[in-house]
Design a protein around this ligand. Structure first.
Ligand code: NAG
Length: 388
C-alpha cells in the first residue's frame, strides 16, 4: 500500500517519443534540435542522493537550500508546427509548450493517440504556431549521464534553457520553416512544466507575453513530493527495458494503479488512451524531484496575463487526505471556490494584467481526458480575449 503524507503533490506525466517513431507527425510539423549552452544555479544536492533515502536526505536541504553553478552544452529536441490555418495576425505569435514530469512533448499532441486530445492540433487549426520541447533529460533531448540526473537535470537549469529558447525565438535563431522573429510568446506549461514556468516568471518576468499554467496550483509541500518520489517511483534502468542505458537516478512509475489514480478521473477517460500513456511513460530525474519540492515563488514583477487550467479532480493538488487514503476513496473533489487550489494561484501573480482560471471536469492530465477538446476551445477563447 502506498504511504504518503497529506495532500501530496505534483508533477506529472508522460510519454515516449521513441515509441511513436515511424508515426507521421501532424501536418505542418517538423522535428528540430536546438543546441543550447547554459549556465545555471542549481541546488547543491549530495551525490549519494537515492530514491530509497530521498526524503530523509532532502528535507534539511530544502529547509536551507544552497546553490552551485553548473554549465554545459546540450541538444534540446523539439517539434515546431506551422499552423494549418493561416492567420497573418498570428504569424509572429508562438505558443511554447513545456511538458510535465514523466512525460515528453508528445503530451501536447495527445500522445499521438487522438486529435481531439491534441492541444497542438487545435492551436494549429486556430492559426497558432507551436514549439513543443522535450526538457533536458526527457524524451529525445540529451540525457546527462552518471550524476547528471542529480546534479544537472534540475528545475533551475530548465528555467535557463527555456529562457534561452525564448531568446532564440524572439531573435530569429530557430531553424524552422519560414524563419522569423516571434514578437509574442505564449508560454504554456503542464504540471512540472508549470512549476518551472512559474520560476521563470519570477526571474525573467518579461519572457512570456501570456502565461498558461495547466495542472498547477501553488501548494507544493516538500514531503509530499519527496514521499511521492520515494513511494511511487523506481529506477527506470531496472524497471523498463527501454531505459536500461540510463543512470539509476532517472526514475519511472512502477505501478499502473497509482499512475491511473494520479493522472486520470475515471468517468472522463478512454482506456486505450490510458494504455498508451502507461506504455510510453517517461522518466523523472532525482534532481527534478528535489527541486520541485522547493516552495512556489511569488512572481511580483510579472505583469502580463495569467490563465490557470487545473482539473476539478486533480489528485496531486486537490487531495486533503493522505494519498494512500485518497487512493482508496477515489479521485478527490477540488475546492472550486475562490479559496481553492486553482484560484489561489492568483496569490503568486499580484501584478498580473489579468488572472483567470478554468476547472475542467477531469483529473491532473486533463488534456488526455475525453472532454479535453471543449477546454482547448475555452483556452483559445481566453487567448483571443487577451488580444493574441
Ligand atoms: C486572426 O487572429 C486574430 C487575433 O486572434 C483574430 O482577431 C482574427 O479574428 C483572426 N482572423 C481569422 C480570419 O480568424
Amino acid at each position: 500500500m502506498l504511504f504518503f503524507g497529506n495532500s501530496f503533490l505534483l508533477l506529472v506525466g508522460i510519454l515516449f517519443s521513441s515509441l511513436v517513431e515511424g508515426q507521421p507527425i501532424p501536418p505542418g510539423c517538423v522535428d528540430i534540435t536546438i543546441p543550447v549552452t547554459i549556465t545555471a544555479q542549481n541546488l547543491a544536492l549530495p551525490t549519494d542522493l537515492d530514491v530509497l533515502d530521498f526524503l530523509t536526505i532532502l528535507e534539511p536541504i530544502i529547509a536551507e537550500p544552497a546553490l552551485t553553478t553548473v554549465s554545459g552544452t546540450f541538444n534540446i529536441a523539439a517539434t515546431y508546427c506551422e499552423p494549418v490555418t493561416t492567420n497573418t495576425t498570428l504569424f509572429n505569435t508562438l505558443q511554447l509548450l513545456v511538458h510535465g514530469a514523466t512525460y515528453t512533448k508528445a503530451y501536447w499532441f495527445g500522445e499521438y493517440y487522438s486529435q481531439s486530445n491534441s492541444w497542438v492540433d487545435y492551436a494549429s487549426n486556430q492559426g497558432y504556431p507551436t514549439l513543443s520541447i522535450d526538457r533536458l533529460g526527457n524524451g529525445d533531448s540529451d540525457h546527462p549521464s552518471g550524476l547528471g540526473p542529480i546534479l544537472d537535470v534540475q528545475d533551475p537549469i530548465h528555467v535557463e534553457i527555456i529562457h534561452t529558447i525564448i531568446g532564440y525565438a524572439r531573435q530569429n535563431q530557430l531553424v524552422i520553416p519560414n524563419p522569423r522573429s516571434f514578437t509574442k510568446i505564449l508560454l504554456c506549461g503542464h504540471s512540472l512544466g508549470s512549476v518551472i514556468s512559474n520560476v521563470l516568471n519570477t526571474k525573467y518576468p518579461s519572457d512570456a507575453d501570456a502565461m498558461l499554467l495547466t495542472g498547477f496550483a501553488p501548494i507544493l509541500p516538500t514531503n509530499e513530493i519527496g514521499l511521492a518520489a520515494q513511494a511511487l517511483l523506481f529506477p527506470a534502468d531496472i524497471s523498463a527495458p527501454q531505459y536500461a542505458q540510463l543512470s539509476p537516478a532517472y526514475l519511472i512509475f512502477d505501478n499502473r494503479a497509482d499512475f491511473d489514480f494520479l493522472f486520470y478521473y475515471p468517468p472522463e477517460t478512454d482506456i486505450n488512451m490510458q494504455n498508451r500513456d502507461w506504455a510510453t511513460r517517461g522518466t523523472f530525474s532525482l534532481g527534478e524531484a528535489a527541486t520541485a519540492a522547493l516552495p512556489s515563488q511569488v512572481a511580483s514583477d510579472y505583469t502580463n496575463p495569467v490563465l490557470v487550467v487545473t482539473g476539478s479532480h486533480d489528485s496531486f493538488f486537490c487531495s486533503l487526505l493522505s494519498l494512500d487514503l485518497q487512493f482508496l476513496l477515489g479521485s478527490p473533489n477540488c475546492d472550486t471556490t475562490a479559496t481553492g487550489p486553482a484560484a489561489s494561484t492568483a496569490s503568486l501573480y499580484p501584478n498580473a494584467k489579468s488572472f483567470t482560471y478554468l476547472i475542467p471536469n477531469a483529473g491532473h492530465c486533463w488534456q488526455l481526458h475525453t472532454n479535453a477538446y471543449a477546454t482547448f476551445v475555452q483556452v483559445h477563447e481566453w487567448i483571443r480575449s487577451q488580444g493574441f
